[in-house]
Design a protein. Structure first.
Length: 145
């Protein structure tokens, strides 16, 4: 379990830092060489409902990371969990999370507004809430176009 103390967090993350940066560097290298299209590393052979496109789930991503980094699935999953945990923690604190060449995750507050129940037509109040926003980086955006 990760502690809120940054030194403790760094100790837990330290063994996986190299794996994480290796993973990001490998994706960047494949994108730059044109061997991989942005978003392609998220794909597998399964079809998503009605879209005709494929996607990758977490266990398949972990397996891909483990294979690329020549490590175990357990180590790859723990590294991915640490990265995701720290991203969520930073966004909860109101920080933006920027991955150079990939994009920026941020939290945006939606204001309270009026809406309508489509089944009954009754007017309802939609409370204010936070949503996660993703803005693709210039490199990723350019390759998708």
């Amino acid at each position: 379990m990760l502690n809120d103390d940054s030194a403790e967090r760094a100790c837990h993350f330290a063994p996986y830092r190299g794996l994480f940066y290796f993973f990001l560097a490998k994706i960047k290298q494949l994108l730059e060489n044109g061997c991989l299209l942005p978003g392609e590393w998220l794909l597998n052979e399964r079809q998503t409902k009605g879209e005709g496109k494929t996607r990758m789930n977490k266990s398949e991503l972990v397996a891909s990371i483990a294979e690329s980094a020549n490590t175990t699935k357990a180590a790859a999953e723990q590294a991915l969990n640490v990265v995701l945990h720290n991203m969520v923690k930073a966004m909860k604190e109101g920080e933006k999370v920027s991955l150079l060449g990939f994009g920026t995750f941020s939290v945006v507050e939606r204001v309270k507004k009026k809406g309508r129940n489509p089944q009954t037509g009754q007017e309802i109040i939609i409370p204010a809430h936070n949503v996660v926003k993703f803005k693709p980086g210039k490199s990723l955006y350019g390759r998708v176009q």
